[in-house]
Design a protein around this ligand. Structure first.
Ligand code: G
Ligand code: G
Ligand code: G
Ligand code: MN
Ligand code: NA
Length: 254
């Protein structure tokens, strides 16, 4: 299945699509936004996770064709949902290191922003620490251009890469996403609990939004709320789902 020819077919036959997972403000229970997550709906094998085929999309360069198409699809989805929801919210797109390194990213995202005709800071990109530290000077310029367009910047899987705290100071970052491995074990490991607490504190002091990923239980939710974490995402609220599964307007949750 993971042959280049099959992945090419997936792209040409439009078997790739986006699922969405909500993010919720912990204080108000209101919708903060959605993360768009790529899926491959393979006619025989069923739903295939992106970790299995993104490497092939990247090795073959197909990602440069499918990326913009998926982003456009997320923009259309945002516009449709926004028309049904009385408050603004964010649409968050994952951008790999390879996509982030492309000179075409700025023009592509500018086009995506213009597609909706909605003049709000609704678009967020998620990049990993490793995508940024490859070339910090380039990252600085790329992020600043995105910021100038009104795109928000989130650091994905925070705490798992080769991070340097210096880039939190030097790069224009809006949001920090605590990797779900920390959330998952914060009640079993005192170290993980301290790491979660420290990232929340860091975010607050640096005026960045903090999203806890992988929230699966009410106890986790409750503790994150007590810590003052801003936002939660995870199976507790919803698995990533096709857009037609979401009732709109969505939330608030208690
Ligand atoms: O909606 P408004 O433009 O006022 O939002 C300004 C900022 O306030 C947003 O960027 C977001 O960070 C934050 N915000 C909006 N709604 C909520 C909420 O319900 N809870 C929290 N904690 N922050 C919110
Ligand atoms: O949804 P799941 O846990 O299977 O996602 C696995 C990984 O695939 C995540 O790290 C996520 O960042 C990445 N991913 C999901 N959707 C996209 C996408 O549209 N573009 C890129 N570049 N990566 C994605
Ligand atoms: O690397 P990134 O954060 O983009 O990947 C997000 C992935 O995490 C998605 O593939 C999604 O399916 C998965 N995910 C989201 N919420 C949960 C959760 O509560 N528990 C677990 N185990 N995985 C989750
Ligand atoms: Mn992500
Ligand atoms: Na993540």
């Amino acid at each position: 299945l993971m042959l280049e020819s099959n992945v090419r077919k997936a792209v040409s036959e439009k078997e790739l699509r986006l699922y969405y997972q909500p993010q919720i403000y912990l204080d108000s229970g209101r919708l903060r936004g959605f993360e768009a997550l790529m899926r491959w709906q393979q006619p025989q094998a069923g739903l295939i996770q992106p970790s299995l085929f993104i490497p092939i999309l990247e090795e073959t360069g197909l990602i440069h064709a499918i990326g913009p198409w998926l982003h456009e699809s997320a923009a259309h989805q945002f516009r449709q949902w926004r028309s049904q929801h009385h408050e603004t919210f964010v649409m968050s797109l994952n951008v790999s290191a390879l996509q982030f390194g492309s000179a075409k990213l700025i023009d592509e995202l500018q086009r995506v922003l213009e597609l909706t005709g909605i003049d709000e800071p609704w678009l967020e990109i998620e990049v990993t620490e490793s995508a940024l530290i490859d070339n910090v000077e380039f990252a600085q310029q790329q992020l600043q251009q995105l910021r100038d367009l009104g795109v928000r910047i989130a650091i994905d899987d925070f705490g798992t890469g080769y991070s340097s705290l210096a880039y939190l100071r030097e790069l224009p970052i809006d949001t920090v996403k605590i990797d779900r491995s920390f959330t998952a074990s914060m009640f079993e490991s005192n170290k993980d609990a301290v790491i979660v607490q420290t990232i929340v504190e860091l975010g607050r002091r640096l005026q960045m939004e903090v999203v806890a990923e992988g929230v699966e239980t009410e106890a986790q939710l409750q503790w994150l709320r007590e810590l003052g974490c801003d936002i939660a995402q995870g199976y507790w609220f919803s698995r990533p789902q096709p857009p037609e599964e979401f009732p709109f307007p969505y939330g608030p949750f208690r």
